[in-house]
Design a protein around this ligand. Structure first.
Ligand SMILES: NC(=O)C1=CN([C@@H]2O[C@H](COP(=O)(O)OP(=O)(O)OC[C@H]3O[C@@H](n4cnc5c(N)ncnc54)[C@H](O)[C@@H]3O)[C@@H](O)[C@H]2O)C=CC1
Ligand SMILES: N[C@@H](CCC(=O)N[C@@H](CSC=O)C(=O)NCC(=O)O)C(=O)O
Length: 441
């Protein structure tokens, strides 16, 4: 029976096997017994400092068993002489970890699953074991090569949840073992943006995350055989381990299911916040939603009387998405290919002069225009959520604005990440706990 060592546990080490890894360190396998259980731990052998235990996740352990022969284990035992276990968390942060990540070497080329060296967190940094990561369209956007900030090779991913593995000097708000959601939109609580109360954008680390490095030394914490791999959005969650700035992690309720709340790292808060914080939609409003991905679905049904989903003939109508959207409260569907008039005119005609609010959740500038122009004269507000490709620009007749329509945009739904992501998790947990469990009969 094998189990992964629980952080903080000590156990008697009864076997050690080793394998030299790509750099100076030797990664060793520690087999330890505690009561009934046999634990298998990863460890780093440092010739000067001794053996320090790190915790491997089960899926990486099993292949390890295949690599370690009995003779290797004995050799390592002789070499090490004094096998011992240690509660290594206070030491862990000095060690490199070798873990599997999906590396985007080039735009539009398949991601490559690689053994990536993940450097220890420096001051103000946190190394996180990513347990669940989702895919947001923005990952695909950068991967496509259309993002002016896109750098290769990089590790994409920014919608995830995990557990803090180690922290660098001066990190006080999280500790190893804490459950966290990495936040691509940081919140330092000190910069002029954070203090303004008018925005959720934070200025502290944006200059570094935009160029794929950490702020301390303007370098990456990821490398493959010595070649640096850029960070992405300050999160890089397509990796078993990542290093983020401490201002980019939200500590959450440890009871929350990480496989679900990882979506609170981007898409869901973006849609909810676009409605609640950016547009401030009143109940009973007419709303048009362009695009029914995670973001569009999160926009839908949030206190709106009716919602309109638009899709054009470039995209086949995905009926699964329509069915899903109905569950989220969308009541009407419009397909531009069924109409000869521009979609904005169709919507204006259908809604007695236009919708109260519209949300562009695609990233297409001509649809952004349609989304503005389908709004009601005098008060209609359109929120741009979608991210458009490099070189793309929005256009409309200024008269559209002169006559009272408002064009807005939102980043992460206007939520202040470290403060409000834990609140969203709590809200979710409250709802889950209030939902009666179905009777098994
Ligand atoms: N502003 C922000 O903070 C954030 C922005 N985004 C952006 O929001 C957009 C949506 O993201 P996701 O929901 O993850 O994307 P997604 O790919 O899951 O969904 C996009 C939806 O738009 C539909 N679509 C595409 N082209 C269309 C067209 N021409 N007409 C009608 N429908 C069309 C697709 O069928 C799909 O259902 C992306 O541009 C993404 O980069 C995402 C997260 C945060
Ligand atoms: N690098 C991109 C910018 C993309 C962008 O606008 N990102 C959004 C979040 S999208 C999440 O999935 C955002 O929050 N922007 C604010 C920011 O500071 O980046 C480009 O240049 O197009």
């Amino acid at each position: 029976m094998c189990a992964v060592g629980t952080p903080g546990n000590t156990a008697e080490v009864t076997g050690i096997g080793g394998k030299r890894h790509s750099r100076a360190d030797t990664v060793v396998l520690v087999i330890a017994h505690k009561g009934f259980w046999t634990y298998v731990l990863g460890a780093i052998w440092d010739p000067e400092g001794g053996l320090f235990v790190v915790h491997f996740s089960p899926h990486i352990l099993y292949p390890f068993f295949l690599f370690f022969t009995l003779s290797e284990i004995i050799r390592q035992l002789i070499k090490i002489r004094h096998g011992y276990s240690r509660q290594g968390h206070h030491l862990q942060r000095y060690y490199y970890l070798y873990y599997v990540s999906a590396v985007a070497y080039e735009a539009n080329k398949p991601l490559v699953i690689e053994d990536v060296e993940v450097a220890p967190p420096q001051a103000g940094e946190v190394r996180v074991q990513i347990l669940f990561t989702a895919l947001c369209h923005t990952d695909a956007y950068t991967w496509s090569g259309k993002d002016p900030e896109g750098l290769f090779p990089c590790i994409l991913g920014h919608e995830a949840a995990g557990i803090v593995e180690s922290v660098g000097e001066g990190v006080t708000e999280v500790k190893p073992g804490d459950h966290v959601i990495p936040c691509y939109q940081a919140e330092c609580k000190e910069c002029k943006f954070c203090k303004s109360g008018k925005t959720n954008l934070c200025g502290k680390i944006r200059g570094a995350t935009g160029v794929g490095v950490m702020m301390n030394d303007r370098k990456s914490r990821f490398s493959v055989k010595g070649t640096p791999i850029y960070h992405f959005m300050g999160t890089s969650t397509f990796s078993q381990y990542t290093v983020v700035h401490d201002v980019s992690v939200a500590k959450i309720d440890p009871q929350a299911p990480l496989e679900k709340v990882c979506l609170l790292g981007c898409g869901v808060p973006t849609g909810l916040g676009a409605v609640w914080n950016t547009a401030k939609v009143e109940a009973g409003s007419n709303v048009a939603i362009f695009g029914l991905g995670t973001v569009g679905l999160a926009v839908s049904g949030r206190g709106c009387k009716s919602s309109w989903c638009c899709t054009n003939n470039r995209i086949d109508i995905d009926t699964r998405k329509f069915d899903r959207a109905k569950e989220f409260g969308v009541t009407e569907f419009v397909n531009p290919k069924d109409h000869e008039k521009p979609i904005q005119q169709v919507l204006v005609d259908m809604t007695d002069g236009g919708v109260d609010y519209s949300f562009e959740c695609i990233g297409n500038v001509s649809i952004m225009r349609a989304a503005l122009e389908c709004c009601h004269k005098g008060w209609g507000t359109s929120v741009i959520v979608g991210v458009a490709a490099s070189g793309q620009e929005i256009a409309t007749r200024p008269f559209q604005l002169v006559t009272g329509r408002v064009w807005k945009g939102t980043a992460f739904g206007g939520f202040k990440s470290r403060t409000q992501v834990p609140q969203l998790v709590d809200k979710y947990m409250k709802k889950v706990n209030q939902t009666p469990t179905p009777n098994p009969k």
